[in-house]
Every structure is written in structure tokens, then in C-alpha cells.
Design a protein around this ligand. Structure first.
Ligand SMILES: *Cc1c(COP(=O)(O)O)cnc(C)c1O
Length: 484
């Protein structure tokens, strides 16, 4: 399997300039040299026989079967070991790893938030942490991960990288502006390779500092700085696995005889921010998984809803981004979206240059009616929800099924139910545990969710963090000092 850039030279591929690369080569890289994102040259296909065999696999077996198609330059025994070490009962609460909960006939939740930080990003990052350690050890290299977080994504990265050889994490968070749960989750990590930098400023200030430091090529190179951002292809490939899992569980004949009358198709509803989760669903469909609709749910930050409804893609500028009660979906632009655009323009790099030219000049682009038809054929449907919708959805799911969902999951359930078809099982992806967003839950049902046992002990651990001004030079000094 080789990987090309979404902005690669026009076909035929200019091998001299931008050779397709192997999985191990792109693993530790961010963007391709031309500013594009890496995608597989072609999607590996899963035959009907293979699909039947996969249905009986355990989660780690399934993860190996799928990931070995993408990471074919990692020796099979090594890959299997890393997968087996990642997807354990200890890490994810049960051997199921991704639980499918039936709410009623043909309506399911796919619970992806039993990992160490109680959010779906653990599904990929727990694997990535181990894979990075493996790849760095092999190359005898080190990596210093620099990131900014408003609270949620940072903790997944820290829990994935804690204690790993050759890796340090420097995570900026806005001092006093993360929720108490999130702060305790990050700052109580006692591992020496984790550095929490509490910044006197906002989340935007933190992001600006990371950008500024990344702009200093010399500093970046000298200190081996990198990222674990959501555009990493390995993250997407890892997320493909749970779509297969969710599909099998929702179509097990014992659970859902109706599925048989529908050539076995299933629809997924996905709360979407950077388009990473739902992109994995699309990739699963392209590999041959019978997915009917990919129902994309946004909150008030509805860049992608607008795109799928009108064909116009207009990323928001800073102050247009709303701070909502599903904060992990508060995005200005969807960083993985370019991968999908590349496909529906027929992987035509001239057309990509045209669209991205418009984006740079006018701040938006509009696709043709043929291209819009292709997005419909791919199964995408979109909708959005408001704060009031989230509260109402949390309340109604709780009253009807006695299940408490978090505000992000509620975005997905709200839009998913609007597009539900009786004969097609609907699987709504559950992306975080409600305890992470206790204030919103209180607003919805009048009380806060119980804190899970393993997090109660956070209360007694000391917090480890460094306070810095919102100043790139000060952060640089801290990073340089910590590495020596
Ligand atoms: C990151 C995140 C999302 C959005 O996922 P994308 O891959 O960015 O679309 C949704 N819900 C929660 C809880 C998240 O942490």
C-alpha cells in the first residue's frame, strides 16, 4: 500500500518529485511536502467471504485484519503485538472494546468512550502511542509532541503517550479555562514525559503559540517537534475498524432480523468536528462495508452541514466560531475534509488546485452539480443541532431508554433520528461519556452523572503543571530547557 498527496502533481504521477510513500514513511509526518494530506493510492477491498470471516473475529483480530491492509510495511508479528497490547480489557473496560448498545429495534449506540480518557479519540490514539514508540525505537529517534488543547483532545494525547520511550508531550491549555474534570485528568498525570503548560490566555492564544513555534523551522528541527493531529492517516485507518464492528453487531441475525430484508445495510450517525471520525466511515464504505447513509451531525458550527446542503464550502474565521456545549465540535475548518474532496473530484489534482485557489482567494469554494451528485451517491446526509436540541435529546433518551448520553452524542442522535429509515438499522456513535460534560447534563436532567470509579482517585493526586505567559518565546525556553 502506498500513499499519495491530495495535492500531488497531476497524473501521471511525477515520481521524481513526490514519490508515493509507504505507511511507515508517512506515520510520523504531518502534511505532505506540497501542503496536501496523504491518502492511500487505492482503497483495499474486502470481499463477501472476508466480511463473513470478520464477523466472528474479536476486536483485536478485526483491527489486525484491517490495519494490516494499510500498514503492510510493518512486520505482521509486530503489528499484531501492538494491536493486542492496545485493545485490552484493561484499556477499554471490556473485551468488546467498542460496545453496541441496543436502545430499541434498529436503533443502536456504538459506545467508543470506554478508553482511558472516556472519549472516542482514545480508540485511535491508544494505538498510535504504541505505534509511534515502536517506529521511533526502530529509527533510534525521539519526538517531542507540541499541542494546544481546550481540554478534551489534549488528555487523549497525553494518556496515549504517557511513559512512552523517546516521546515527550508539551501540551498548552488555557489557565483556569478548562473544566475541573479535564484539568484534573491532564494535570494529575505523574509521568516525567508529560508537560502541562498552563497558559495565561485563551485557547486561541495557545493555538497561536503552537503555530508560531511550528513556524520556526530551525527550532522545530533542533528539538524534533511534531504533532499527533487529526490529519494523521494512521488515526483514520484505526477508526475504520469500529465501523466494521458496529456493522456486524447491528446486523447479527439474533439481534436484528429486519436487517436481512435490507441486503444488510446499516446507517451511521456521526457527531462531526474535523471530519476524522466520519471520514473513517466513508473509507469503510469504500472498502466494501454495506453502509447506506453516513449521517453527518454538526452543532451551531455548521460549516459541513452547509457544504452538504448547498455545495458551498466556507470555513469560518476566528470570531465566527461559536463556543457551544459540544465543544469538541467547535471548529472553523474541517482539517480532514480535503481527503474526501480529493475523492469526489475524481482525484483530479487540477480540479483540487482550482478549488483551493478559490478558497485562498475568496475564502470559499462551490462544487459542480456532478460533484454534488457524487457526494449524495456516497451516502452523505447532513444536519445540525442547537444547545436546546442537545438538552432535549439528552432528556428524551434518558427518559425513554434510561441511558445517559453526552452533548456530542446528542448532536448525532438528534440528526440521526431525523433521517432514520425503519428498515435500516441506525447506529449512532457515542463519542464521550456524559461525566466529562457534567454541567450540560445537569441542565438537561437536573443532576450530574456519577463519576466513574477509576476517576475518583484523581481527587487525591497532586497536579503537575507549569504556568507560562501567552508568549511563544517563553514557551520555547521552557521546551528547550525540559528537553536537555
Ligand atoms: C473530537 C471529537 C468529536 C469530533 O470528531 P472529528 O473526528 O473531529 O469529526 C466529537 N465528539 C467528541 C467527544 C470528540 O472528542
Amino acid at each position: 500500500m502506498r500513499y499519495i498527496s491530495t495535492r500531488g502533481k497531476a497524473e501521471p504521477f511525477d515520481f521524481a518529485h513526490d514519490k508515493p510513500k509507504g505507511f511507515s514513511e508517512i506515520l510520523l509526518e504531518g502534511l505532505a511536502a506540497d501542503g496536501g494530506l496523504y491518502v492511500p493510492e487505492a482503497y483495499p477491498q474486502v470481499s463477501a467471504d472476508e466480511l463473513t470471516a470478520m464477523r466472528r473475529m474479536t476486536y483485536p483480530e478485526l483491527a489486525f485484519a484491517i490495519l494490516s491492509k494499510y500498514a503492510d510495511d510493518i512486520p505482521a508479528d509486530d503489528l499484531r503485538r501492538i494491536v493486542n497490547e492496545t485493545y485490552t480489557k484493561e484499556n477499554f473496560g471490556s473485551k468488546e472494546i467498542a460496545l453496541v448498545k441496543k436502545l430499541e429495534g434498529n436503533f443502536y449506540l456504538l459506545d467508543l468512550c470506554q478508553g482511558p480518557t472516556l472519549a472516542f479519540k482514545d480508540m485511535a490514539l491508544q494505538f498510535l502511542g504504541r505505534l509511534f514508540e515502536y517506529a521511533l525505537t526502530k529509527k533510534n529517534e525521539t519526538l517531542n509532541i507540541l499541542g494546544a488543547t481546550s481540554g478534551d483532545t489534549g488528555s487523549s494525547a497525553e494518556y496515549a503517550m504517557r511513559g512512552r520511550k523517546g516521546i515527550r508531550v508539551f501540551m498548552l491549555s488555557p489557565l483556569g479555562r478548562t473544566s475541573e474534570f479535564q484539568r484534573r485528568q491532564m494535570y494529575t498525570l505523574q509521568d516525567e514525559n508529560i508537560f502541562n503548560i498552563a497558559t495565561r490566555g485563551t485557547f486561541d492564544d495557545c493555538q497561536d503559540i503552537v503555530k508560531q513555534i511550528n513556524g520556526d523551522a530551525e527550532f522545530k528541527k533542533k528539538h524534533h517537534l511534531g504533532a499527533v493531529n487529526s490529519i494523521n492517516w494512521a488515526r483514520i485507518a484505526t477508526q475504520v475498524v469500529y465501523y466494521f464492528r458496529g456493522y456486524f453487531k447491528a446486523t447479527d441475525s439474533t439481534r436484528s432480523p429486519q436487517a436481512k430484508s435490507n441486503s444488510g445495510q446499516v446507517s451511521f450517525a456521526v457527531p462531526t468536528g474535523n471530519f476524522g471520525n466520519i471520514l473513517a466511515g466513508y473509507v469503510a464504505k469504500r472498502m466494501g462495508l454495506p453502509i447506506k447513509h453516513l449521517i453527518l451531525a454538526t452543532n451551531e458550527n455548521n460549516v459541513l452541514e452547509e457544504f452538504f446542503k448547498t455545495g458551498v464550502y466556507r470555513p469560518r474565521i476566528g470570531k465566527e466560531v461559536h463556543a457551544t456545549s459540544s465543544p469538541s465540535m467547535d471548529i472553523s475548518k474541517a482539517s480532514n475534509f480535503e481527503r474526501y474532496v480529493f475523492d469526489f473530484v475524481g482525484r483530479d489534482t487540477k480540479r483540487m488546485a482550482e478549488l483551493w485557489g478559490d478558497l485562498n482567494k475568496k475564502g470559499s469554494f462551490e462544487i459542480s452539480s456532478d460533484e454534488r451528485t457524487r457526494t449524495t451517491e456516497n451516502g452523505f446526509i447532513a444536519g445540525s443541532s442547537t444547545h436546546a436540541d442537545r438538552l432535549a435529546t439528552i432528556r428524551s433518551v434518558y427518559e425513554k431508554y434510561n441511558v445517559l448520553i453526552d452533548p456530542h452524542t446528542a448532536d448525532g442522535v438528534k440528526v440521526g433520528l431525523e433521517h432514520r429509515q425503519t428498515v435500516v438499522p441506525l447506529v449512532c456513535i457515542e463519542t464521550a461519556q456524559p461525566v466529562k460534560f457534567a454541567a450540560t447534563i445537569r441542565e438537561a436532567i437536573g443532576r450530574e452523572p456519577a463519576v466513574p470509579e477509576k476517576f475518583k482517585k484523581l481527587g487525591v493526586l497532586p497536579e503537575r503543571f507549569q504556568i507560562c505567559d501567552a508568549d511563544a518565546e517563553e514557551v520555547k525556553r521552557f521546551v528547550a530547557g525540559a528537553i536537555i
